[in-house]
Design a protein around this ligand. Structure first.
Ligand code: ZN
Length: 239
């Protein structure tokens, strides 16, 4: 059984890597999804900035049209001034014209203020465009990186699978069945060393007779708590 334990330890080294790489393989697309979500969020901000600018421009256009109409009205009244017969009528119309002109200058001021707001909105849209472009560039780079890493993982997995297949004939079928069952349940870690007088997997303290059996190497000895196969780590005997 001692040589079987050695083969199983080599198999565990390979399987540990296989589990680690397969987990990475599953996590990579999630990294990409996060980058995609950031681009979408930035695009939404850009759309909002564009909509705000558009609304300001439309409102500004409406104010300008209104001002032109009002100014035409003032001109029309000014033309009528000289057709009036009495001073009283003249004064009344002059007063009306003055009031309209005062309203118009308020509107002109509002138009000038709105130009500043539009300038600011243009700057904000430009900023949002830059951020969006940056996120898109980042996504492109992330996609390329992730594809590169996935290809590397595929290569490593294929190589590990070949090493695994080459090792399998050296393991007795019953030992392999036990090992693989634990490997599956314990997500890639079926073989653990003794650490002091405890299990290297779940860290539970082991009874002396279990430790003795592990040292004897006459059988596959498993931890009563986590079911992992126990072995003596000869490279770290002090542990
Ligand atoms: Zn254990």
């Amino acid at each position: 059984m001692a040589d079987q334990l050695e083969v199983l330890k080599r198999l565990q080294a390979i399987d540990g890597e296989l589990f680690r790489l397969r987990r990475q393989q599953q996590e990579k697309p999630e990294e990409l999804e996060r980058a995609v979500a950031q681009v979408a969020a930035q695009e939404a901000q850009l759309k909002a900035a564009e909509a705000r600018l558009k609304a300001l421009q439309v409102a500004q256009k409406e104010k300008e049209v209104e001002l032109a109409t009002r100014e035409a009205n003032v001109k029309k009244l000014q033309g009528q001034l000289f057709q009036l017969k009495t001073n009283k009528e003249y004064t009344a119309m002059q007063r009306e014209i003055d009031t309209l002109k005062a309203d118009n200058s308020l509107l002109e001021e509002a138009i000038l203020r709105a130009f500043d707001e539009i300038d600011q909105a243009v700057k904000e849209r430009q900023q949002a465009q830059e951020w969006f472009a940056n996120e898109q560039e980042r996504l492109r780079a992330e996609r390329a990186r992730i594809e590169r890493e996935l290809a590397a993982i595929d290569g490593e997995l294929a190589q590990l699978e070949r090493s695994r297949q080459a090792l399998l004939p050296e393991v007795a079928p019953s030992a392999l069945a036990t090992y693989e069952r634990i490997l599956d349940i314990r997500e890639g870690l079926a073989m653990v060393p003794l650490v002091s007088e405890s299990c290297g997997g779940c860290h539970r303290r082991l009874p002396p007779q279990v430790i003795n059996q592990v040292y004897l190497k006459a059988d596959l000895i498993t931890c009563e708590t986590c079911n992992r196969i126990l072995y003596v780590d000869e490279t770290h005997p002090a542990l």
